[in-house]
Write a protein that binds this ligand. Structure first.
Ligand code: PRP
Ligand code: MN
Ligand code: MG
Length: 179
């Protein structure tokens, strides 16, 4: 285990099993369709890669970079597009892939943008959900794990751009972010 991690909450095996389940559910629900699957960079990049391998209907992939946290552990409430999509969402069934929903501000902003661009449908798959911290009125259509309000890192989730590459999700030692 990485030295800065206090406790592993979701092992690599646990996450991989859940990703397979989510992929199977999406594959069933999107039978006969060709959804555009959008990864919200950077946090969702590993989840996107693993999830895409478990979706059996034909999909197109695109990437959007949105940032609201910066180097803080708390959301600033400000959302901005850092990198926009390459493709048009008009008339498309869109699936947004997120690593985690916290306040919900990032996703509600993205959903609003995609609806204004006339997507045919917009659904959300989030590996982790922290409903206790929600300020926006929003829920994922597919949720992996509902988690308590601890600051978690790994499997795409960062603290100050570190720990994204860990194959598991764990809680940081408090001394890492308290100084
Ligand atoms: C994190 C996370 C989600 C968002 C959730 O991204 O990956 O995208 O915050 O928080 P919210 O529900 O309160 O909006 P972040 O802005 O840290 O960028 P990153 O994905 O590049 O780490
Ligand atoms: Mn993110
Ligand atoms: Mg982040």
């Amino acid at each position: 285990m990485q030295n800065d991690i206090q406790e592993v909450l979701y092992s690599e095996e646990t996450i991989q099993a859940k990703v397979k389940e989510l992929g199977a559910a999406i594959s069933r629900d999107y039978q006969g369709r060709n959804p555009l699957v959008i990864c919200v960079l950077k946090g969702a990049f590993i989840f996107m890669a693993d999830l895409a391998k478990n979706i059996t209907v034909p999909i197109a992939l695109d990437f959007m970079a949105v940032s609201s946290y910066g180097n803080s552990t708390r959301s600033s409430g400000e959302v901005r597009i850092v990198k926009d999509l390459d493709s048009s969402v008009e008339g498309r069934d869109v699936i947004i892939v997120e690593d985690i929903i916290d306040s919900g501000l990032t996703l509600s902003y993205i959903i609003d943008v995609l609806e204004r661009r006339n997507a045919k449908s917009v659904h959300v798959v989030a590996l982790f959900d922290k409903p206790g911290r929600r300020t926006a009125d929003l829920n994922a259509d597919y949720t992996g794990f509902t988690i308590p309000d601890a600051f978690v890192v790994g499997y795409g989730l960062d603290y100050a751009e570190k720990y994204r590459n860990l194959p598991y999700v764990g809680v940081l030692k408090p001394e890492i972010y308290s100084n």
